[in-house]
Design a protein around this ligand. Structure first.
Ligand code: NAD
Length: 499
């Protein structure tokens, strides 16, 4: 059995803990590899290596650091097909979607190539008599990223590209479900000219996450995963004095107004709800039609379109979506469908018990549609993270905004309408970090930034964009004066006021 270990100081290292985790092939249900869970001692070694490498890397001028990133971008493009195949094999998402996963991460590498410009500080000439003030952005040192299973390329790249561009060294702790792509990305970074030790991958689970949060020499941690874990990691890392940004789960609402183009809205919602088997934090698992007539039109169009969806293996070019990541996760999703039925919602299409011919042991699920969900239902309040779409009916835009706003999660929300006034009202008032207007998955482009509200995000700064640069640097502000030889030396006992 292939064992996936660590990548430290530019070299593969076997994990030494003796504890192994299974990496499944979701298409077939087989165990295809094992991941070696690291010990805190191995983390210590990685951090020591990273700290030593960081000093020279930070002293490398930003233009040279950018050149490494340009080359890294070229190598990822060169390897796109191989990376996508590797990603699909472990995650289960279809190849075209795996390419999208890599591309959205690559976009952040491109953004980070602009680091010489992004790191320029501020300068005020003559802030007081003979006094100038300037600020600079300096790297933090060794920083870490902890990532979820559902975007094994995009999310590591969201973090590591800005972090290393800013002159930090980075420890990546990828998801133990699909650890291969992060290792390959680290190899490519070395091939691109990144000095050894600047980017290290340490495999593991809770033990290593705790050790990262507690580690004295790790200055900041970026986390993406489920909300309870995000909340816990935020608290633990912050208590240890670290800068933290922890993104959590989601339950994004898609409001359909009576004036919307229903066919277009349904086409968008279908892809956003079932694409990647619903395992996306920016999926749209709740549709909120406004008015009874809209609800009936949306429901009947969804039923019609769902019948035509094709569930297939991750390498089936005609499949709309592939298997779920593990059997355990599929069981969890199926349990939520049972809960929804017990709570009194209507199972319009039930995707449980789906088997793909020839791949009966794979982790497949058919698409599920649930109507008449109520705001107090547990199946609505909690994140399901599978190919399950719920209909929550509303009578007015006001009520629809209220549902999205009162929900515990506030990652994203979308509205489908032809009314500029309704869209504007929605965007201004809804409590969610990312809003789509006739756009189903509003993941912002790499030069804006990604972040949810409420239990979808803990911490102050968003991922990537200018917020990413702020997160991975600290500001030093210098107030300077160069007295001339003939200026009289005098003490002042009053706080300087620059008058
Ligand atoms: P997860 O919370 O199970 O795991 C995320 C990371 O935390 C992994 O690296 C894992 O090893 C580690 N971890 C798991 N349990 C832990 C524990 N008890 N203590 C410490 N560390 C622990 O999440 P997942 O199942 O890999 O990913 C899916 C979740 O991530 C969903 O909730 C999804 O909404 C969320 N997500 C959020 C965003 C976002 O940007 N908001 C993006 C993608 C995914």
């Amino acid at each position: 059995m292939r064992v996936i270990g660590n990548f430290i100081d530019g070299q593969h290292r076997n994990g030494g803990a003796g504890r192994l985790g299974d990496v499944f092939a979701p298409d077939t249900g087989e165990v295809q590899a094992q991941v070696a869970m690291s010990t805190p001692r191995e983390l210590d070694q990685a951090v020591a290596v990273a700290a030593a490498a960081q000093r020279d890397w930070a002293a490398t001028n930003p233009q040279r650091r950018a050149r490494v990133l340009f080359r890294f971008k070229e190598l990822i493009e060169r390897e796109m097909d191989a990376l996508a195949a590797m990603l699909s094999r472990e995650h289960g998402k279809v190849l075209s979607d795996a390419r999208g996963d890599i591309q959205r991460g690559l976009d952040v590498v491109e953004f980070a190539c602009g680091i010489p410009h992004l790191l320029k500080g501020e300068y005020t000439e003559g802030a007081g008599p003979g006094i100038d003030v300037y600020s600079m952005k300096q790297p933090l040192g060794v920083v870490a990223g902890i990532t979820p299973f559902n975007f094994p390329a995009m999310i590591p790249l969201w973090m590591l590209a800005p972090a290393i561009a800013c002159g930090n060294a980075f420890i990546l702790k990828p998801s133990e479900r699909d650890p291969s792509v992060p290792i390959r990305l680290a190899e490519l970074a070395i091939e691109a000219g990144l000095p050894r030790g600047v980017l290290n991958v340490v495999q593991g689970d809770k033990t290593i996450v705790d050790a990262i949060c507690d580690h004295r020499d790790i200055k900041a941690v970026s986390f993406v995963g489920s909300s309870d874990v995000a909340n816990y990691v935020y608290g633990r890392g912050a208590a240890a004095g670290k800068r933290m940004q922890c993104m959590g789960g989601a339950k994004n609402h898609g409001i359909v107004m009576p004036d919307a183009d229903v066919d277009q809205a349904v086409a968008d919602i279908l892809g956003a709800a079932y694409g990647s088997a619903g395992e996306r934090c920016m999926a749209l698992p709740v549709v909120v039609p406004v008015g009874a007539a809209t609800a009936e039109a949306v429901r009947s169009a969804l039923v019609r379109e769902i019948a035509g969806l094709r569930v297939g293996t991750s390498n089936d070019p005609d499949a709309d979506y592939g298997p779920l990541v593990t059997a355990a996760h599929r069981e969890r999703v199926e349990a939520y469908i049972a809960v929804a039925a017990e709570e009194g919602a209507e199972l319009v299409v039930d995707g449980r018990g789906f088997a793909l011919q020839g791949y009966e042991q794979g982790f497949f699920m058919g698409p599920t549609l649930i109507d008449h969900v109520r705001p107090h239902h547990r199946s609505y309040v909690e994140e399901i993270f599978g190919p399950v779409l719920q209909i929550l009916r509303a009578d007015t835009l006001e009520e629809a905004i209220g549902h999205a706003t009162r929900h515990q999660y506030g990652n994203g929300a979308a509205i489908f309408t032809r009314s500029g006034a309704a869209a504007r009202e929605f965007a201004a008032r809804v409590e969610a970090g990312m809003v789509g207007i006739n756009v189903p998955i509003p993941v912002p482009v790499s030069y804006h930034s990604f972040g949810g509200w409420k239990r979808s995000g803990f911490g102050d700064l968003n991922q990537y964009g200018v917020d990413g640069i702020r997160f991975y640097t600290r500001t030093k502000t210098v107030t300077q004066r160069w007295p001339s030889d003939d200026s009289a030396a005098q003490s002042s006992f009053v706080i300087p006021t620059m008058e």
